[in-house]
Design a protein around this ligand. Structure first.
Ligand code: F6R
Length: 606
């Protein structure tokens, strides 16, 4: 999730406007940044790795010439965070500069074609192909707008683009597909940016662009077309009443709520995990004698769900282990035929890195799933896959949990294919389910939000809450407990539902809130038995099940029905109500959900 901004201004103040906009977008990514402007039909570029302030101190963004420019703050997905991979990216002749947020899935194919046509690539980014493709189209005699449109039509994946060119020095070209892009309309100054925060100091008049929109801006003109048909469209101008602080959170009161709501988007990006790396990981996992999934906190809960996925879909045993327990429990038994799949959003968690170091010392193979390119985990892993979630500002992991699960699910599918463990129709069904995830996530958010917000008022004074589930839903129960506990500070319990009668049930008394996660899967029948046990002891039963399940609805005191989904994938969708519950309980109890007490985003001590 990078941040882009383009600004076309009368009167040459563009550099400082871009610089200030970039600072407001920094929360979208901060491993490198850059800016390009045009003056007298020549493109000027400054870019480097590091934080915006550091780069500005070294290079001074504010003295860049011209009244048209683009800028970018990066969260690397293709290519390490280096100077050459920072945006803007350019064509061979430095006449086209481009900034991009998103992932171009078919960039390797396009790059090969362009290399054959003698284009020289400088970076390892997916973005650079776009500049060269436009250049190629110009060589065949197209005008710039046509060359730009034809190039964009060839792209598969997500993109928000802003482009300047010395061929058309008065314009900023833009296009959008699945990555956010918004136009800001000022007086003698127009903007195009990833979000409103980038320009809200100058204007609150905006046009939100839709997928398939493309066009250009000048200081006084805005032209929007439908990319497919080339037909020009007129869009509604909206006058926002947001404060600067609200704009940074896209209008939400907290980052945590914003991040929960952006999961349809982050799941789509997670589904773009690169196939060649999934294949590589699957190759190592398939050959291993022992597989351990090693992680901490929420990432560990993702591993608990991951082990169900590997077992159900690929028939591979993978043991989820809490990182800080790994060396004590398994340290002596691992060797050259062991594979450790370390899952860490930050890639910097000390407990995970200690386990990984130990495993490497004993010649085991280390693989990684992480959100941060260039993190320690990416450097110590034989191979890794990125989850593409962009920065998560809320301390509690929400969107990064569901993205980790989505990567694990793709890995399970790749493994299943490699191991020949599923019939073709089962592979197709699972793949289709994966592709439905963003849509299912959107529905889960819509269905859950209002009922959970009211429920949080009722449960705000609860002394303790119980979460139960079986199979994959045990992982959901664990993550529900962690989320609710860390944001609301209410002590919570999570157990496999079948284990609850072996002790924990003794805590139940009249009115004790017990949540069951009970999707319509192979565990449902047994879960009903566990619900009856709890009910008989006076528990108040709150059930999150599958839409239309009248039987469970009848047994429960409170009920929420979510869409039906493949059982190995259910934690991705069924965690949503609990993310909202954690958030609204924190609000009801007067806590800051973005910064729970005693916690840090990345725990770098053992
Ligand atoms: C909980 C949370 C933590 C992290 C844990 C591991 O909401 O955020 O439990 O999941 O500290 O962090 P990473 O994934 O960065 O290794």
């Amino acid at each position: 999730m990078c941040g882009i901004i383009g600004c076309a201004a009368e009167g040459g103040e563009v550099a400082s406007l871009l610089h200030r906009g970039l600072k407001r977008l920094e929360y979208r990514g901060y491993d490198s940044a850059g800016m390009a402007t045009i003056s007298e039909a020549r493109i000027y570029v400054k870019k480097d790795s590091g934080k915006i302030d550091e780069i500005h101190q070294r290079l001074n963004f504010d003295n860049m010439p011209g009244s048209i420019g683009i800028a970018h703050t990066r969260w690397a997905t293709h290519g390490a965070p280096t100077q050459v991979n920072a945006h803007p990216q350019l064509d061979c002749e430095d006449k086209i500069a481009i900034v991009h947020n998103g992932i171009i899935e078919n960039f390797l194919e396009l790059k090969e074609e362009l290399i054959e046509r003698k284009h020289v690539f400088r970076s390892r980014t997916d973005t650079e192909v776009i500049a060269h493709q436009i250049e190629e189209n110009l060589r065949s005699g197209k005008d710039f707008l046509q060359a730009f449109f034809s190039a964009v039509k060839r792209l598969k994946g997500s993109y928000a683009l802003a482009i300047i060119s010395s061929h058309e020095p008065g314009k900023i070209f833009f296009a959008r597909n699945e990555s956010p892009l918004v136009i800001g309309l000022g007086d003698g100054v127009n903007f195009v940016a990833s979000d409103v925060a980038a320009f809200i100091e100058r204007t609150r008049r905006v046009i939100f662009l839709d997928n398939g929109d493309a066009g250009y801006i000048t200081p006084r003109e805005i032209r929007i077309y439908k990319l497919e048909s080339g037909i020009e469209v007129k869009k509604r101008i909206i006058e926002l009443e947001w404060t600067i602080e609200m704009a940074e959170k896209s209008g939400y009161p907290h980052f945590t709520l914003k991040e929960i709501n952006e999961q349809p988007y982050t799941l789509r990006e997670a589904l773009r995990a690169q196939e060649k790396y999934l294949d590589l990981l699957a190759e190592f996992l398939d050959r291993a004698r022992n597989v351990f999934l090693v992680a901490a906190g929420t990432s560990h809960n993702a591993c608990v769900a991951g082990s169900y996925m590997f077992s159900k879909v690929a028939m591979l045993n993978a043991t989820p282990v809490i990182a800080s327990e790994f060396i004590e429990n398994y340290g002596k038994s691992i060797g050259i035929d062991t594979v450790i799949l370390a899952v860490s959003q930050s890639g910097e968690t000390a407990d995970v890195l200690a386990a990984v170091d130990h495993a490497r010392m004993r010649a085991a193979t280390v693989l990684g799933i992480t959100n941060v390119v260039g993190s320690t985990l990416t450097r110590v892993s034989r191979a890794y896959v990125l989850q593409n979630s962009g920065p998560e500002i809320g301390v509690a992991a929400t969107k990064t949990f569901t993205a980790q699960l989505t990567v694990l699910a793709q890995l399970a599918l790749t493994l299943a294919r490699k191991r020949g463990k599923l019939a073709q129709y089962e592979i197709d069904e699972f793949r289709e389910e994966l592709e439905r995830l963003p849509e299912l996530m959107k529905r889960a958010i819509e269905i859950s939000h209002d009922p959970i917000k009211s429920l949080a008022k009722k449960l705000a004074d609860a002394k303790s809450i119980f979460f139960l589930g079986r199979g994959a839903s045990y992982a959901t129960a664990r993550e529900a407990r962690l989320k609710v506990m860390e944001l609301s500070y209410i002590p919570c319990i999570a157990y496999p539902a079948g284990e609850s009668k072996h002790g924990p049930i003794s805590v139940i008394e009249e009115g004790y809130p017990v949540f069951f996660i009970a999707p319509n899967d192979s565990t449902r029948k047994n879960v009903i038995g566990n619900m009856m046990e709890m009910k008989a002891r006076g528990a108040e039963i709150y059930c999150v099940g599958t839409e239309g399940d009248q039987e469970l609805r009848g047994i429960s005191d409170w009920w929420l029905g979510l869409p039906s989904i493949h059982e190995a994938l259910s934690p991705i969708i069924y965690i949503v109500p609990f993310q909202f519950l954690a958030y609204y309980l924190a609000i009801e109890r007067g806590h800051d959900p973005d910064k729970p007490r005693n916690l840090a985003k990345s725990v770098t001590v053992q």
